[in-house]
Design a protein around this ligand. Structure first.
Ligand SMILES: O=P(O)(O)OC[C@H]1O[C@@H](O)[C@H](O)[C@@H](O)[C@@H]1O
Length: 289
């Protein structure tokens, strides 16, 4: 694979490959472990994605921050608690399938197909590609194809960690009039009235395909988060006690980020027939205020 001039593959001595993007429109990084976009800094803006200072960068381990790709299940495995939370592809080494640059962006495609290693977690035949368009906007699309002979079902998410100046000061727009489930374990749906403020642990799954805007008055910017192929939007901040339980997150870091996740989760379980595919897309744009 020949990479364009704005993309280099760096590998540290421990063998952790990372694509480094240095383009006129943006800089960023993508770890091949998990096809994980860890950084995106559009030209003229502050970093948009949050990365934990204690993130573990080891092949086979999920990364705290950036955009974890959760697939083929969201949250705990529905039947087997010994299997990893949020699926297994976020802890597998993907390969670079395509990379090119234009005047306005870099386009990178990463690929992971079924193998003996994936079958240890999930028996199905599949081919997943993560398409990353990185420029003034960041667009990430998970393409999940069924390459087998029987239908399978999937859930998943693009579990995006957004950098905010102080989560206690942001307001989240776009989910007014929708319904959500708090904590994912209670089946009771609650209505959302108005904007969302974060003043405690929040782990909500909204039934919505709407665009979400994160208004950050201290950084004087708005993050506009569009999506497609997703009927669930997860809003997550671990707040104080859960942050202490997460070993790869500094205890005091919870005000610095907010997760807005484009998900197939809850009632949004997707069945993919043989030869068919599902596309899950999220696009982020930054607006200065
Ligand atoms: O620690 P993990 O596996 O990356 O998950 C982080 C969080 O991910 C969110 O999507 C879930 O709704 C939370 O319940 C979970 O705690």
């Amino acid at each position: 694979m020949t990479l364009p001039p704005s993309v280099t593959l760096a590998e540290d001595p421990a063998g952790y490959p990372i694509l480094i993007i240095e383009h006129a429109s943006a800089t960023g990084r993508i770890a091949l472990n998990g096809a994980h976009v860890t950084d995106w800094i559009p030209e003229g803006h502050d970093p948009v994605l949050y990365m934990s200072a204690e993130a573990v960068m080891e092949v086979g381990k999920p990364i705290r921050g950036g955009i974890p790709v959760c697939w083929p299940w969201f949250g705990p495995h529905p039947a087997d608690s010994s299997k990893p939370a949020h699926g297994f592809v976020r802890q597998m080494l993907w390969e670079v399938d395509a990379a090119r640059e234009t005047e306005t962006a870099v386009e990178i495609v990463l690929k992971l197909s079924d193998s003996a290693a994936t079958k240890a977690f999930w028996p199905q035949a599949f081919s997943t590609r993560l398409h990353v368009h990185m420029g003034a906007t960041l667009q990430v699309t998970l393409q999940a194809a069924n390459t087998g002979t029987t239908a399978w079902s999937m859930t998943g998410a693009l579990h995006t960690y957004l950098n905010v100046e102080d989560v206690r000061k942001v307001s989240i727009h776009g989910l007014h009039g929708t319904q959500y489930v708090e904590g994912r374990l209670s089946p009771d749906k609650r209505p959302q009235h108005g904007t969302i403020a974060i003043d405690q642990e929040v782990d909500r799954m909204y039934v919505s395909d709407a665009t979400v805007i994160v208004h950050d008055p201290l950084w004087k910017r708005e993050l506009v988060i569009e999506k497609a192929g997703s009927l669930a939007t997860v809003v997550w901040n671990p707040w104080i006690e859960k942050s202490k339980r997460l070993a790869d997150l500094p205890d005091e870091a919870y005000p610095e980020f907010l997760c807005i996740e484009a998900a197939n989760a809850g009632e949004d379980v997707v069945t993919v027939q043989p030869g068919q595919e599902h596309l899950l897309m999220q696009r982020i744009e930054v607006r200065k205020l």
